[in-house]
Design a protein around this ligand. Structure first.
Ligand code: SAH
Ligand code: SF4
Ligand code: F3S
Length: 467
């Protein structure tokens, strides 16, 4: 799954639920969409204890940093944030305003454990990504004995069974985790160590959660998994169920009009899933299928277990099934041993695939992963130069794709109010934001919009006059 450039993607806000003076909960989320989902679920778990989300750490009774370990920068950000929180906590105590509990959750918690408490004593508890359903219990225990860490074991089934059936979701789009973990062990990546082995939620549990979301007004659901297309859940008859079959079942739910999924691995892109893109209208024509590099030699060193030709063949077949499929990807430049020639293979692959959007990163050595100790680490300056060249090409492709939609009429799902007047912001089938004037009465609806222009990160459109 793609992380969002190490930026915090969610500062949890929302309306407190009735009752007397709620305790204030602030969750800051780093990393990928799965962390966004997990943060929402942490708020769900804590709601019965009287915690209501607030949008600032200042004055919060409980602060959770839901962290990402994917690159060094992502992990280091957590420690600088913890430094600020410590000062806040001390100020609050000195002013007699009560305590502030600080928790570190997510992938840094899983990877670094007690180390976090050593480096930052202001931290009260550390909870891994498969253990946050135990937060209520942990909180009471923390009051007695600070310094405990929990969540080293991977038991996603127990977590999902223990999470409340109701989600506090507001809005018309939602994430829904259907698969967790990774067995692929790409040589650069920490995810198999922070999220554990591949595991799929049973079909019935996914459908129940999706129905409850649809009942709350959700029209578009994004199925999440570190390898979501490896989904292999237990079906109603006890037999395995693929992601394609899950998509068909979800499409039957009244009100649920759009289905997306992320992130997919090329080796798990099965025939039935490709075929589903051809005949299931609810399946949106946007596919995030990271390849990481375009050189066969580097793909081998990365342990990706496929070559560039297999990727090209896959994309041909996907585009045969769904000719307007917008492709997205992730790239790493400066992987150990990457030569100018290897990098040129990546540029060539990008030119041939033509991406609608992509994330690209400089390789960051992660402790404990095989690539971190490989010979021939690429100097930063070289990697930086390659990153700039790649990003320029990807931006060019993204802008061209967005501009190519001008003049087209696209169904847009309106999600929220825009910044100006009655403007509303929605999403196209290809996942771009679409800004439309005088449309705020349409939030929650899917409406045809004429695209006027495409910018780098969004589209502008107008409602079609229907007299
Ligand atoms: N399961 C997803 C990846 C999750 S991590 C998948 O296989 O596509 C999100 C992205 O971060 C990866 O696709 C990769 O491009 C990038 N990434 C992972 N480890 C990295 C590292 N050590 N240095 C730089 N980028 C990395
Ligand atoms: Fe990481 Fe590779 Fe697994 Fe993706 S497939 S999570 S990049 S190990
Ligand atoms: Fe980061 Fe963990 Fe997601 S390392 S990208 S938060 S799975």
């Amino acid at each position: 799954m793609t992380d969002t450039l190490d930026k915090p993607v969610l500062e949890d806000g929302g309306a407190p639920e009735g009752g007397a003076a709620p305790k204030r909960l602030f969750i800051k989320t780093y990393g990928c969409q799965m962390n966004v989902y997990d943060s929402e679920r942490m708020a769900d778990v804590l709601r019965p204890l009287g915690y209501a989300p607030t949008d600032t750490a200042d004055g919060a009774d409980f602060v959770i940093l839901n962290t990402c370990h994917i690159r060094e920068k992502a992990a280091e950000k957590v420690y600088s944030e913890l430094g600020k929180l410590r000062e806040m906590k001390e100020r609050r105590a000195a002013a007699g305003q009560g305590g502030m509990t600080i928790a570190v959750a997510g992938c840094v918690a899983q990877a670094e454990g007690e180390e976090i408490m050593k480096r930052q004593p202001a931290v009260d508890l550390v909870v891994g990504p498969q253990a946050y359903h135990q937060l209520p219990e942990l909180l009471t225990r923390t009051a007695r004995a600070r310094g405990e860490r929990i969540g080293a074991d991977f038991a996603p089934n127990e977590k999902f069974d223990a999470l409340p059936a109701t989600r506090g979701t507001e809005g018309v789009t939602a994430f829904l985790t259907v698969q967790e973990g990774c067995d692929k062990f790409c040589t650069f990546c920490v995810v198999p160590y922070t999220r554990g082995a591949e595991w799929s939620r049973p079909v019935a549990a996914v459908l129940d959660e999706a129905r409850a979301l649809a009942d709350r007004g959700v029209r578009e659901v994004t199925l999440l998994g570190q390898n979501v297309n490896a989904y292999d859940g237990e079906g109603p008859d006890g037999k395995p169920f693929t992601l394609a079959r899950l998509a068909y079942a979800l499409a039957e739910i009244p009100g649920l009009d759009r289905i997306r999924y992320t992130t997919s691995h090329p080796n798990d892109m099965s025939d039935d899933l490709i075929a589903a893109h051809g005949d299931l209208d609810a399946l949106m024509p946007y596919l995030h299928l990271p390849v990481q590099a375009g050189s066969d030699r580097i793909l081998r060193l990365m342990n990706r277990k496929h070559g560039r030709q297999k990727y090209f063949d896959l994309i041909d077949r996907i585009r045969e099934a769904r000719p307007d499929m917008a492709m997205a990807g992730d790239f790493i430049v400066g992987f150990p041993g990457e030569t100018d020639r290897d990098f040129e293979d990546t540029m060539d692959l990008v030119r041939r695939v033509n991406y609608a959007s992509a994330f690209s990163f400089m390789y960051s050595p992660r402790p404990g992963t095989p690539a971190a100790t490989m010979a021939a680490q690429v100097p930063d300056a070289v990697a930086k130069e390659r990153l700039h060249a790649l990003q320029a090409l990807l931006t060019e492709q993204q802008v061209a794709f967005n501009q190519s939609l001008a003049g087209r009429v696209l169904p847009v799902l309106f999600e929220k109010k825009g910044r100006h007047g009655a403007q509303a912001i929605g999403r196209s089938p290809y996942l771009q934001s679409v800004h439309v004037d005088d449309a705020d009465q349409l939030i929650g609806r899917i409406v045809p919009v004429e695209i006027i222009s495409g910018q780098q990160n969004s589209l502008s459109g107008r409602l079609i006059q229907t007299n």
